[in-house]
Design a protein around this ligand. Structure first.
Ligand code: E4P
Length: 217
């Protein structure tokens, strides 16, 4: 499973990128607003840092305007994936932009039917939102399973990009289901390293090392 980082915090991206943990980056208008930076400038900086796809989202709602925004976004760098919402206009924009050879990430997906339409429209990525379904007492992971089944039934090449990930548990569950990509905030990716038994075991080892006066350098 590829790891995308769901942030526009360039320092956080750089730290994870140095460890080889970054296969791509996703942003959305809320993430860009949180960065306090100009969308074109911060997206260019991220694209220069990361080899994989960097999703940048349109803010128009009309298909023609989304297409214009998408064409402007792909001028930033070769690794831009234009993010469009899963609306009828978004699907039209997806069809045109992907037909022009661009990567397109169709976002705000909450059903297998929506994912099916995005694949038919030529999406490179479909972004089902796990956490926001969980927030309303629906099962976000079940949606990932359903889309995996639908895509595998027909050999669709659209990659399932599990989004709105809120916990390390979401990451391992997505990997078990077979999501192609999971995008998560940096703190969630770092939390994957945590285990209470690791902490407990390390504390015992350090105590024994101290008692035995073990020194290596
Ligand atoms: C990424 O593509 C999505 O925009 C993001 O994962 C949404 O996450 P949230 O539901 O935590 O805002």
């Amino acid at each position: 499973m590829k790891f995308f980082v769901d942030t526009a915090d360039v320092d956080a991206i750089a730290e994870l990128n140095d460890l080889g943990m970054v296969d791509g980056v996703t942003t959305n208008p809320s993430i860009i607003a949180k960065s306090g930076r100009n969308i074109l400038e911060v997206t260019k900086e991220i694209c220069d840092m990361v080899e994989g796809p960097v999703s940048a989202e349109v803010v128009a709602t009309d298909a023609d305007e989304m297409i214009s925004e998408g064409r402007k976004l792909v001028e930033i760098a070769d690794n831009i994936a234009v993010k469009v919402p899963l609306t009828w206009d978004g699907l039209k924009a997806c069809k045109v932009l992907s037909g022009e050879g661009n990567m397109v990430n169709v976002t705000l997906c909450f059903s297998a039917n929506q994912a099916l339409l995005a694949a038919k429209a030529g999406a490179t990525f479909i972004s089902p939102f796990i956490g926001r379904l969980d927030d309303i007492n629906l099962d976000g992971l079940e949606l990932i399973e359903d889309i995996r089944t639908v895509y595998d039934n027909y050999g669709f090449e659209t990659q399932i990009l599990a989004a709105s990930i809120r916990s390390a548990n979401h990451m391992s569950e997505c990997a078990k289901i077979g999501a192609d990509v999971a995008t998560a905030p940096p703190n969630v990716i770092k939390a994957m390293a945590n285990h209470v038994l690791t902490d407990k075991g390390l504390a015992a080892f350090l105590e024994d090392a101290k008692k035995a006066d073990i020194k290596i350098v």
